[in-house]
Design a protein around this ligand. Structure first.
Ligand code: GLN
Length: 192
């Protein structure tokens, strides 16, 4: 039996719980998905999802709940989307965010500009055969990826999908488009 946590401080928590529940499905029937609000709940998790939402707010709540260091030292895999991508970075363009530094990336918030704040498009992602329907909502981009970071996808605005060891981060929302291939890729990478 194993457990996937979803950081449940703010953001699209229920969508992540639903998507991981479906992705585990018949392949990992003994695993469960649980919301995580306190540092003690990190013990025994195989992985945690950091949802989309407002990264400055989530960062503040992480500090308030004493979860910065426990998350920075978390040994499982991290599946980070949108605001989550901002949080896993080692460097962020906004000083209000105290990032976890678990991925060697620099991230720029709201990098697609006001006019195209939200959009959807099909993008090519390394490791997936067919293009992926990506939902971008006031999305960040990766402007620098360290040597240990695999770039999985880029757009003209910048890098939008990365993997480093057990961790994956996306500018867009794989939990919203109904396509679970990135969840499955993450789980395969975690358990192989
Ligand atoms: N722009 C938001 C932030 O940086 C992220 C938006 C989202 O998660 N949908 O916090």
């Amino acid at each position: 039996a194993g457990k996937i946590g979803v950081l449940a401080l703010q953001g699209d928590v229920s969508e992540h719980i639903a998507a991981f529940g479906r992705a585990l499905g018949t392949d990992y029937p003994e695993m469960v998905v649980v919301p995580v609000r306190r540092a003690e709940q990190l013990a025994g998790l195989d992985a945690i999802a950091l949802p989309g939402g407002e990264s400055t707010t989530i960062s503040r709540l992480i500090e308030k709940n004493g979860m910065h260091r426990p998350l920075a030292e978390f040994e499982g895999g991290i599946f980070a989307t949108c605001a989550g991508m901002v949080l896993v970075a080692s460097e962020v363009d906004d000083p209000r965010v105290h990032p976890l530094g678990v991925m060697d990336i620099r991230v720029e918030r709201n990098a697609f500009g006001r006019q195209a704040a939200s959009h959807e498009s099909y993008i090519e992602i390394l490791g997936l055969g067919e293009p992926f329907h990506a939902v971008f909502i006031r999305a960040p981009v990766v402007s620098r990826a360290g040597l240990g970071v695999a770039v999985l996808a880029r757009t003209p605005q910048g890098i939008v999908a990365v993997r480093q060891g057990r961790h994956m981060a996306f500018s867009f929302h794989p939990e919203l488009s109904g396509d679970l291939r990135l969840h499955r890729l993450f789980l395969e990478n975690l358990f192989r």
